[in-house]
Design a protein around this ligand. Sequence first.
Ligand code: ZN
Length: 136
Amino acid sequence: MNIFKESIAIKTNKRFEIVDITDKINHIISKHGIELGIANIFSKHSTSAIIINENESGLLKDIENLLSSIVIDENSYYHDRIDNNADSHLKGVLLSSSQSIPISNNSLNLGTWQSVFFIDFDGPRNRVVEVTLAGQ
Ligand code: ZN
């Protein structure tokens, strides 16, 4: 078994932005020639998330609206006393900073309608996602 680590640099352009990173991950997997294994995708930021879902523009809007309906911008949050982005952290709390996905036949073994997304809750920023691959 081999283990590889790579970083994906992501530059977001809006405060809330969903970025499909599936192709970038698959490119890294095929570069290392991993036929069978597992990929861990980890965001190194506390105001972001990694999710797996369908890349359909209406659904991506629905995800943004769902999170905004749970974490209300106008609420008074303690963290806003020192850093005006409590809502961004709280949206991160609701999701996950990482996903582990099986690798098969030199690519992520995702379902037909599944893609891997990085979500920025506090852009625009330069972000880094770590990709760790284990397999052969
Ligand atoms: Zn903060």
